[in-house]
Write a protein that binds this ligand. Structure first.
Ligand code: SF4
Length: 86
């Protein structure tokens, strides 16, 4: 499933540059993840980079956007045509 940033976010901006899919942007109050772009870092890393750098552990699984590993891999391939998953 895609990840979502909770209202624990302190809007420090640490995560934005870490996302390999450029799925994170600054929202009105908190940073936000575009679920159409988030692969949970599948295809790039074994762990979610936004969660790795967040000082308050605000990113977490979004129950409204449930996807299997295979679906996330397909999203990676659609977003990055011709690129092999790491
Ligand atoms: Fe980006 Fe990975 Fe966080 Fe998804 S889990 S928003 S792909 S850094």
């Amino acid at each position: 499933m895609a990840f979502k940033i909770s209202d624990e976010c302190i809007a420090c901006g640490s995560c934005e540059a870490e996302c390999p899919n450029e799925a994170i942007s600054e929202g009105d109050e908190f940073y936000e993840i575009n679920p159409d772009k988030c692969t949970e870092c599948v295809g790039f890393y074994d762990t979610q980079q936004c969660l790795e750098v967040c000082p308050v552990e605000a990113p977490g699984a979004d129950p409204d956007h449930q996807e299997t590993h295979d679906e996330l891999l397909a999203k990676f391939r659609a977003l990055h045509p011709g690129q092999e998953p790491a």
